[in-house]
Design a protein. Structure first.
Length: 698
């Protein structure tokens, strides 16, 4: 209790007063990292130190505030992004604890979009890992100001200088330490704030002295670190550089303000050290969130502009849409425009959620995040109000596997359909495909852990026992050559739709590019818009049943009839015209490719390189580090799905393999992978028309 009161006195908050923080300055911050780097442990210590919680939650004991799903408690990992909030030094901070496992990258992707600042946690024990690099790339793409927190500094084998070199190499040379660690491994006791040391003149090394080091040596180390910090700032600010070189004594507060400006604009990334499991370094990190990350901006009196980044279902409140508001305000019982779907819905309640607890706020204002209830039709990614203030998104998650769901009994079939469709609302990348004629359900996933999470959710939330088939790789198709597709949908009356498409291969990774070069006199704009809307859907299944990508489709001819044409005629005609075009261009298969990094003992390197060649992998010149070899390169997913576990057996647990998605590349010549088509093939035009018009007999 004393600790809790101490925390309350520090930040001036009352844990019973709720997290609304009305009238306070705000921060919206996401915590990101590779799995097991300590995100949730750090979050729990932040909540405790701030006085938000009365006792310290634990990942290992299943009492963490932000890990409350059954599978999270069982596995000790985060599988869903969880929002919480606290007040620190007069600032209201919305904190999003994101999953670290690659299987739940879609949660990270959606959270990134609504953050004004980020804390990237790097484990001192493992260093910069694959997912850390992936998230860093997304943070930089979105230009999100970021603090780097090196956790687990108390672990055996930690080398501060080697860690810093890796961070500068794999993340950014603009990562600048604002602290000097004291002690190593088990003797790590914390870190000295270099700004405080600069204020004191960098002369006293008492607080930095470690075993076997004299006070003068400690003072020298501290002085070197302080000078390095100032020089790092001077290198990035011309005016400061000139004053520094001229020998002018610049006040420490001016240096610190320059550092804050650089951090908030993403030109510099302050780096801090800690051991969250022992509570070391957490307070300094909380101070840094306040000092070096920007506020959200936005005007509550301007037009409404917000985005839905997460959907959950509550037993009492039903469907809850997590909204980040960039402008305007939403109040209970407001009628809100869903810009994406062009419909209006009434808000019943606005709730601030902490793990599995929530409270009614009554109002959500610009710059804040909350769960909005009552929006029955809302989906992830929907824009509320105006899209004018919504930032871009960074695509990270690409499901590469598909599995078929199986249910325990025939009575469970309709319930399973509904349950998986609801879960697909919460994670659109599941992209549940219901093949009604075949009575099959297929789901896209990132990996095995996600399948375990789905199985657990289906059991705990819906009481359904589900099993999933063996995962198979998701291939894609792309045109072989340029060609045209034509359709004249004139029978059976009444109907009239004539279309001609030019289809051309596009550059790898270009997706779909669409254009129309048809006069409105020949084809009314409303009909052209219907065609544009239907083209992506028509390309969802190509000649082999896979999505068709990396192509340009141009509508070059179109005709309607004054009397006989109905807008839905073009919904029927477009897939027939597109498939006719693909039959003329032909398609080739593309397969997912992974980047890999393998680290193994030197004696295993030859066998591993041979394995990689057998898997059609390509790799760069091996790098020798002591008695270990590091290999980096690319390998097809289909050939390497089980190799990480095989590598463990081969090296008796001493080898490690990390992978992340690199893109799609052309399959070897002669390779065929067909997928069962959903519905009638538009190439069989007569049967397809009957099916589209609901006239096909069973």
């Amino acid at each position: 209790m004393d600790q809790t009161l101490k925390g309350n006195e520090r930040n001036g908050s009352n844990p019973d007063s709720g997290p609304s923080g009305s009238g306070l300055e705000r921060r919206n911050v996401g915590i990101f990292a590779h799995v097991d780097a300590g995100k949730t442990t750090t979050t729990e210590h932040i909540l405790f130190e701030s006085g938000r919680t009365r006792s310290l939650g634990s990942v290992d004991s299943g009492t963490a505030v932000t890990d409350w799903l059954d599978i999270e408690k069982e596995r000790g990992i985060s599988v869903r992004a969880a929002t919480t909030s606290f007040v620190w030094k007069g600032v209201h901070i919305n904190l999003v604890d994101t999953p670290g496992h690659v299987d739940f990258l879609s949660e990270v992707e959606r959270s990134l979009r609504v953050m004004d600042g980020a804390v990237l946690i790097v484990s001192a024990a493992e260093g910069v890992q694959a997912q850390t690099e992936l998230i860093w790339g997304a943070l930089r793409k979105l230009k999100i100001p970021t603090l780097i927190y090196v956790n687990k500094m108390d672990r055996t084998g930690v080398n501060e200088q080697a860690l810093l070199a890796d961070i500068c190499k794999y993340l950014s040379p603009d990562a600048v330490p604002f602290q000097l660690p004291v002690g190593q491994e088990q003797s790590f006791t914390g870190a000295v704030d270099l700004w405080a040391a600069l204020e004191d003149g960098l002369e006293d090394g008492t607080n930095t002295a470690v075993s076997g080091e004299t006070l003068s040596e400690a003072a020298g180390r501290l002085k070197a670190a302080g000078i390095e910090l100032l020089e790092s700032l001077a290198e990035r600010d011309e005016a400061l550089l000139q004053r520094y070189l001229a020998g002018e004594k610049v006040p420490v507060m001016q240096w610190r303000q320059a550092a804050a400006d650089m951090a908030c604009s993403g030109r510099l990334f302050p780096l801090f050290y800690g051991a969250s499991g022992k509570g070391i370094g957490v307070e300094a990190l909380m101070d840094a969130i306040v000092d070096y990350l920007p506020g959200p901006g936005g005007d509550k009196d301007k037009e409404l502009s917000g985005i839905v980044f997460k959907i959950e279902r509550d037993k009492t409140m039903g469907r809850m849409a997590y909204v980040r508001l960039y402008s305007g305000a939403i109040r209970n019982r407001d009628l809100v425009l869903n810009y994406t779907q062009q419909l209006e819905e009434k808000v019943t309640q606005i709730r601030k959620v902490d793990g599995n607890k929530s409270e009614d706020l009554g109002v959500l204002e610009a710059g804040d995040i909350a769960a909005v209830c009552g929006l029955a039709s809302v989906r992830i990614g929907d824009v509320l109000g105006s899209p004018a203030h919504i930032p871009d998104e960074a695509r990270l998650a690409v499901p590469l596997l598909t599995v078929q769901a199986h249910w325990a009994s025939e009575a469970d079939y309709p319930r399973m359909v509904q349950a998986l469709q609801e879960l697909s609302d919460e994670d659109p990348l599941l992209d549940v495909q219901w093949m009604q004629d075949e009575r099959e359900l297929h789901v896209k996933v990132m990996g095995q852990i996600q399948l375990e999470m789905l199985t657990s959710l289906l059991q705990s939330r819906y009481g359904l026992r589900a099993e999933f088939g063996k995962p198979s790789v998701i291939y894609k198709e792309t045109p072989v050559r340029a060609g045209e597709g034509y359709v004249a949908y004139l029978m059976p009356k009444p109907c009239w739709a004539i279309l001609r498409f030019a289809i051309e291969p596009g550059p790898p990774g270009s997706g779909l590019q669409y254009d129309a070069k048809v006069r409105t006199e020949d084809l009314l704009l409303q009909y052209q818009n219907e065609v544009r809307r239907r083209v992506p859907e028509a390309l969802s299944q190509g000649l082999y049943g896979w999505e068709v990508v990396d192509l340009k489709v141009t509508l070059i001819e179109g005709q309607h009839h004054v009397w006989h044409t109905h807008p839905l005629d073009f919904a029927v005609a477009t897939p027939m015209g597109i498939m006719d075009g693909l039959a003329n261009t032909g398609t080739k298969l593309l397969e997912p490719i992974l980047n890999f990094r393998i680290n193994v003992p030197e004696e295993n390197a030859g066998r591993v390189m041979n394995d990689l060649v057998q898997m059609r992998g390509v790799f760069e010149t091996p790098v020798l580090q002591g008695e270990r070899i590091t290999l980096t390169g690319k390998v097809p997913l289909a050939e390497s799905m089980e190799y990480a576990s095989q590598l463990g057996s081969l090296t008796k647990g001493r080898g490690a393999m990390v992978t992340f998605f690199a893109g799609y590349e052309e399959c070897p010549e002669g390779f065929v992978a067909e997928r069962q088509r959903r519905g009638v093939n538009p190439l069989d035009q007569s049967k397809y028309i009957l099916s589209a018009r609901k006239a096909l007999q069973g």
